[in-house]
Design a protein around this ligand. Structure first.
Ligand code: 5GP
Length: 129
């Protein structure tokens, strides 16, 4: 059964898209730690990051850097944090999180946004790519 992220890539589940390449995809996290919290994923469905082949791993990091630079330019923050966890969704994803404080990195404090706010955030990040 395809992962929820594969369904997002295929357009079966909606998302606020940030970027897409042949092998990679980025979209806003639906339950963000902070404004602009973005997930970067390989289209190839693999559960654990250390199981990625080296080329896909390196490509994912390159793609995440590109998206992270746009994020840093679009969202006021001290820096963009990069985290890989994967305990909830078994499809490799890199969390890019604009940080104001350590609280944004803990996954214990969540922020909520309206649909139009999510759309505006995504458009602002895309404009910096
Ligand atoms: P992890 O697997 O690294 O623990 O976390 C999975 C992340 O995916 C969470 O931050 C969660 O909010 C996000 N997430 C789970 N389901 C969806 C979804 O359907 N759409 C989006 N945009 N994000 C999701």
């Amino acid at each position: 059964m395809p992962s929820i992220f594969t369904k997002i890539i295929n357009g079966e589940i909606p998302c606020y898209k940030i970027a897409e390449e042949e092998d990679y995809f980025a979209f806003l996290d639906i339950n963000p730690n902070a404004k602009g919290h973005t997930l970067c994923i390989p289209k190839k469905e693999v559960d654990k990051i250390m199981d990625l082949d080296e080329e896909t791993y390196m490509g994912l990091m390159r793609f995440s850097r590109k998206v992270g630079m746009a994020l840093e330019a679009a969202i006021p923050c001290k820096r963009v944090g990069v985290t890989v966890i994967g305990l909830e969704v078994p499809h490799v994803h890199v969390h890019l999180i604009p940080l104001q404080s350590m609280a944004n990195a803990t996954f214990q404090h969540k922020e909520s946004f309206t649909k139009s706010e999510f759309k505006e955030i995504a458009a602002n990040i895309r404009a910096r790519l």
